[in-house]
Design a protein around this ligand. Structure first.
Ligand code: MTE
Length: 332
């Protein structure tokens, strides 16, 4: 039996109001409600993005003059992380970005990568293939802030405020053909800055993929900012994707091209070690990695160990995507 999964680009016109307007309405409704939501929602409403408070004492940030002004964004109160936001210093100095090296300490090398101009080519099985200038795209779609948990397959986790837009909004613009089944995300190759591209044993460029149904899910998000500032290169700046219910390696960084295709993309990690890193990679505490348990995770910043949650705690949003796929390796 085939389930019809509604795609982001099939939503009614009433729901495609420019994002900042939708959010202010949502924030107001939430703030008017009773109970625990009131305080976070009211607080969220006052929160504006790209505050330009960056100080010269933040060595992990680039000079703000290098990134242009961007429209304001409010925190979306719909996505409550249920845990404290990681202290900013940790997520921006503890990274996995193999193009810059295989240690966690790549941030200072990554800072050398030029982030403007930045274009994103969207091609393949779409009605309107296009190459977008990132800043034009941001102005066209608008921005919101979302606090998501991110769970790395290595069993560490962080909770961070991303600023960006839903992937489905980009799909609304390019309009995937009915025959498109997958999205293939390709990371930029900037050999002057990405010094590890020289390591020819890796299958560059970094590729990741998802299904069109996953792309249409409301959680699939394209960050351009982090902690209210432009997304630093070490975290995938200026433009990345995040799928918060999947292991972090599915969330490709510094994306230059998105291709819609009917062929399942073979990802960077799948090519390197398919027995350990598969296509779906949904978080599941009960399915261990072949070399370690996934039952708990370490919160970066505090080093506290907490239980891992199925779909990283996002089951209510995404479990329905997988009900018909029980024969797939959904958890690796
Ligand atoms: N994207 C690219 N292009 N290269 C990478 O090495 N690492 C992945 C993912 N995206 C990676 C990537 C892994 S393993 C993780 S856990 C997350 O990015 C880490 O994101 P963060 O450094 O912002 O925490």
């Amino acid at each position: 039996m085939r389930i019809h999964r509604k795609r982001g680009w099939e939503i009614p016109e009433s729901q495609v109001t420019p994002e900042p307007l939708v959010l202010s309405r949502r924030a107001l409704i939430a703030a008017a409600g009773a109970g625990a939501m009131l305080l976070p929602a009211a607080k969220a409403k006052a929160q504006w993005f790209f505050r330009r408070e960056q100080t010269p004492t933040d060595p992990w940030m680039r000079n703000p003059a290098e990134t242009p002004d961007l429209p304001p964004a409010m925190r979306n109160p719909r996505y409550q992380p249920g845990r404290a936001i990681s202290p900013e210093r940790e997520p921006v100095t503890y990274n996995n970005f193999y193009e810059f090296g295989s240690s966690k300490d790549v941030w200072s090398t990554a800072l050398r990568m030029p982030m403007r101009p930045w274009t994103i080519q969207v091609d393949g099985m779409v009605e309107e293939p296009a190459t977008f200038d990132l800043d034009d795209l941001i102005r066209r779609i608008g921005l919101e802030e979302r606090v998501y948990r991110l769970r790395c397959v290595e069993a560490w986790a962080m909770t961070v405020p991303w600023t960006g837009f839903p992937l489905a909004r980009l799909m609304d613009i390019v309009r995937p053909l009915g025959s498109a089944k997958y999205l293939r995300f390709e990371t930029a190759q900037k050999p002057e800055a990405m010094v590890a591209l020289r390591q020819s044993w890796y299958p560059w460029p970094h590729i990741e993929g998802c299904t069109v149904e996953e792309a249409a899910n409301e959680l699939a998000f394209m960050p351009v900012g982090l902690f209210g500032k432009p997304l630093p290169p070490q975290n995938g700046g200026p433009f990345r994707v995040v799928f918060p219910w999947k292991y972090g390696f599915k969330s490709g960084k510094s994306i230059a091209r998105i291709t819609l295709t009917d062929q399942r993309p073979r990802s960077f990690w799948e090519t390197l070690q398919g027995s350990e890193y598969g296509f779906w990679a949904n978080v599941n505490p009960e399915v261990p990695h072949p070399r370690w348990s996934q039952a708990t995770e370490r919160l970066i910043g505090t080093n506290e160990r907490v239980p891992t949650r199925l779909f990283n705690g996002y089951g209510e949003f995404v479990a329905g995507l997988y009900t018909n796929l029980q024969n797939e390796r959904l958890w690796a």
